[in-house]
Write a protein that binds this ligand. Structure first.
Ligand SMILES: Nc1nc2c(ncn2[C@@H]2O[C@H](COP(=O)(O)OP(=O)(O)O)[C@@H](O)[C@H]2O)c(=O)[nH]1
Ligand SMILES: [Mg+2]
Length: 405
């Protein structure tokens, strides 16, 4: 215990002095007034004396320091806690944002694809909706919804129901349950590309002359196609080439080819029979390639049928290539009939012309799947020689699934 006395003019001043020295916990134990003594008692005012005491076993300074330190630690701790909390919260927020981001990217990607499919269907299905009858079973699961959309898209592009179903059935057999629209689309796309196959186009041989016959209905573009192909060979390669035509039913047909032959500076031979073809064959023995135009024939005319077969028979298989020229604008039913007409001819490849006149490429897949014959060239306009090229299976598959150019 510390006990001390403090004197001041007033009681208040004395207490302040005690508190200042002993701390705020000092207590006043006594107050007394001190009167001056002797001669000064008449001149000086009285003073106030207080006795103040404080318990010295408790170091108030230390205590206060300690408490404030404790407070600081506590604050610090709680600060740290809040900081940690904040960091964790921030991290969680970040992760949540990240998750949201991923979620939105993922779903928006799917939605985008579905949207585009749906848009396509809305845009393209509406006018023909009544004509499109679905033979696929109703099913609630997602991949079946996607398949249904894609199936519809194929029908819109005039893929025959039979072949669309065949493709879907083959896909469904390999598809896992709950497959994404991406997987479904990719599988069908790949299946179509596979069905279309690699295009097979004219291949020259070093030793042998290649005799290339162009057959098909009247007006599909046989002569124009020959002109395009001939120009291509003339421009790109140093090829020795001749043109032959057996289409003598129309004078204009011969003249049309003669004009091209003159422009290209290659010989043109007009033949009236299979025998003449045999002679012509010998005549062009040392040529690299001979392109032979034929007349369109009626499936009812057996005489024309025999003529064509005899003409084709004049050249060995090893030296010949046959191209059946078809127009992409021909109705599928007519294409079935046309291909039946030519069914006795083996090993032909298919050329599709007039792609520029239709938005539906279904017939390309239909005819390929119906005949099993390889596809080759496609033509997309009247311009000689530019509007022709090898069939691009990926491009056709994309179109059949509703993709744009
Ligand atoms: N739009 C379009 N017209 C074509 C194409 N190929 C040929 N034609 C046109 O179809 C018509 C008949 O062509 P042609 O070669 O005489 O047919 P051919 O009777 O089979 O020999 C002509 O007017 C050609 O210009 C094509 O790819 N697109
Ligand atoms: Mg012609």
């Amino acid at each position: 215990m510390i006990i001390k006395k403090f004197q001041a003019e007033t009681e208040k001043e004395a207490i302040l002095m005690a508190k200042e020295e002993l701390g705020k916990d000092a207590i006043v134990t006594n107050i007394k007034t001190i009167k001056p003594k002797g001669i000064y008692k008449f001149f000086r005012p009285s003073k106030v004396e207080i006795t103040a005491a404080v318990d010295d076993t408790v170091n108030y300074e230390e205590d206060s320091l300690l408490s404030s330190f404790q407070k600081l630690i506590n604050e610090n701790h709680s600060n740290k806690q809040t900081e940690t909390k904040k960091v964790i919260e921030k991290q969680l927020d970040k992760e949540e944002n990240l998750f949201d981001d991923v979620k939105s990217t993922y779903s928006s990607e799917i939605e985008k694809r579905l949207d585009s499919l749906q848009n396509l269907i809305e845009k393209q299905i509406k006018p023909t909706q009544e004509n499109v009858t679905l033979s696929i079973e109703e099913d609630k699961s997602n991949e079946n919804e996607y398949i249904k959309l894609i199936y519809k898209q194929m029908l819109i592009n005039e893929v025959d129901e039979k072949y669309a179903n065949q493709i879907i059935n083959e896909i469904e057999a390999t598809l896992q349950k709950g497959a994404s629209v991406d997987t479904v689309l990719t599988s069908i796309y790949q299946k179509i590309v596979l069905k279309l196959g690699q295009p097979e186009t004219i291949e020259l041989e070093e030793k042998n002359t290649k005799f290339v016959f162009f057959i098909g209905p009247t007006g599909v573009g046989k002569t124009t196609t020959i002109a395009k192909i001939a120009s291509g060979f003339k421009m790109n390669k140093n090829t020795k080439m001749a043109l032959v035509t057996s289409d003598t039913y129309r004078i204009a047909a011969v003249e049309q080819l003669r004009i091209y032959a003159n422009i290209l500076g290659v010989p043109l031979k007009v033949i009236y029979s299979a025998e003449e073809m045999s002679q012509t064959k010998e005549e062009f023995e040392d040529y690299d390639i001979v392109l032979i135009d034929t007349a369109g024939r009626s499936h009812k005319n057996t005489e024309q049928k025999d003529d064509l077969e005899a003409l084709l028979g004049t050249v060995d298989d090893s030296m010949k290539e046959i191209y059946l020229v078809l127009s992409a604008t021909t109705k599928y039913k007519d294409l079935v009939r046309i291909t039946e007409t030519y069914s006795t001819i083996a090993n032909y490849r298919i050329i599709f012309t007039k792609l520029d006149e239709t938005i539906c490429m279904g017939n390309i897949l239909n005819v390929k799947m119906m005949t099993g014959s390889p596809l080759s060239y496609v033509a997309w306009g009247q311009n000689v020689p530019n509007d022709i090229g090898r069939l691009d299976a990926q491009f056709v598959a994309k179109k059949l699934l509703g993709g744009s150019d």
